[in-house]
Ligand binder design. Structure first.
Ligand code: ATP
Ligand code: MG
Length: 390
């Protein structure tokens, strides 16, 4: 008799008509993520997704951890299986939850019964198990109104299950349930976080990285790939598009006034990203931009940067403080990689006195000296695609 994992669905349950589609997506995503931990059966009833190992050699710890990173589940709980017998259920609760029972001031038992053949009602099971538990843990009082701990008992077809404290799930909506977007992924702290935030809204991402070899090293590229790899825990499989950016940057440096370098470079990034987006049926671009953080992130600069685009630019970090972004980067596990000291293509070509309040007409005038179309076509032709499996 094996333990199971329960995923409680979050916002999905508010989806009305589309609910089944979202639920199916969550199950499919969970199933794919579980593959490397063994053979599991995944099914849903009453806003809960059940993950049941089919064999004894499944890695349940690995599976549990992976399930806390699947968007669409608000809580994730491992439940202990036992025989469908009232005393076996009590014994299991007593041993499996002894630490939780000792740590709580009060508790109650809540029973769900999908096996209607079971000889006791849900209330009878709760009373029976609760009574014996309170004798075994005399310092933990029964409180049916505001208990500190809820002991859950589920009686299902093959077994009974006992569980208590659920783990926090990743929340959000299942990846793929809300379309696709291109995310501009640098090696910095911000863009992995912005990618995570948009993926969490159910968006499947295509990460695009602009790479300026030899001004930026092979290690800088490896760092971005590693960041994308960390994101696959949340986003599922990703294909990173690595765009050669050296020629564009050299042309800008040679032909444009220094104060415009960053702005013109960022316009290239946006236009090329939009082309990749169009080719891949994406509906938006995502960046880690934030108001006021650096010179290219004033409202005037953002206006100049997004001017050539017709797709919307999603900037989930726009109003966040750096400290909040860092906390989130730590939580999702990208921070330590982001702070590795490899140069980013932006830092290599940073002007000493960038324009913070650029005028669009001036930028358009400056940009005229470049053969934008040819440079973009060359960069797109040189794209390297890297598929990261989960
Ligand atoms: P980050 O911490 O994400 O690098 P940043 O604070 O360094 O951001 P900028 O350098 O202005 O800010 O970059 C703003 C955004 O532009 C990044 O968050 C990212 O989305 C995109 N970007 C910058 N450089 C690159 C790059 N080399 N490849 C892809 N996207 C990039
Ligand atoms: Mg950066």
């Amino acid at each position: 008799m094996e333990d199971i994992i329960l995923l409680k669905q979050g916002e999905i349950v508010l989806k009305g008509q589309n609910r089944r589609t979202f639920e199916a997506r969550l199950m499919a995503n969970a199933k794919r993520r579980l593959q490397k931990f063994g053979d599991f059966r995944v099914y849903a009833t009453q806003s809960t997704v059940y993950v049941e190992p089919k064999t004894k050699d499944c890695d349940m710890d690995g599976a549990l951890d992976a399930m806390t990173k699947v968007f669409g589940a608000v809580t994730v709980t491992r439940a202990r299986a036992c025989e469908k017998d009232k005393d076996k259920i009590f014994e299991t609760a007593k041993s499996y939850l002894s630490e939780d029972m000792r740590g709580a001031k009060s508790f109650k038992v809540e029973t769900k019964r999908s096996d209607k053949q079971f000889p006791m009602t849900s209330i009878e099971v709760s009373q029976y198990v609760g009574g014996l538990l309170s004798e075994s843990f005399p310092d933990t009082a029964v409180d049916v109104h505001e208990p500190e701990l809820i002991v859950h008992v589920e009686i299902r077809e093959t077994s009974a299950y006992v569980y208590a404290k659920p783990l926090l799930g990743a929340g959000g909506l299942p990846v793929g349930s809300n379309g696709r977007a291109v995310t501009l992924l640098s090696g910095g702290i911000d863009s992995p976080v912005s990618s995570y935030m948009i993926a969490r809204r159910g968006i499947q991402l295509i990460p695009v990285h602009f790479f300026s070899f030899p001004y930026t090293s092979e290690q800088a590229k490896e760092k971005v790939i590693e960041l994308a790899r960390i994101l696959t825990d949340y986003c599922g499989r990703l294909t990173v598009e690595i765009v050669p950016f050296t020629h564009i940057q050299e042309e800008i440096r040679e032909k444009c006034p220094e104060e415009y370098f960053t702005l013109i470079m960022r316009r290239f990034m946006m236009r090329i990203s939009e082309k990749i987006a169009m080719q891949n049926d994406c509906r938006a671009l995502v960046t880690g931009e934030n108001l006021g953080q650096v010179a290219s992130q004033t409202m005037e600069a953002l206006r100049v940067t997004e001017e050539p685009l017709s797709l919307p630019v999603l900037r989930p970090l726009i109003g966040m403080d750096k400290s909040d972004i860092i906390s989130l980067a730590r939580k999702i596990g990208t921070f330590e990689t982001s702070i590795l000291p490899y140069e980013d293509c932006c830092t290599v070509f940073t002007p000493r006195h960038p324009r913070t309040k650029p005028k669009l007409e001036e930028v358009l005038e400056v940009e005229k000296v470049l053969d934008v179309e040819a440079l973009e076509a060359e960069a797109i032709a040189g794209i390297e695609r890297l598929r990261l499996d989960i």
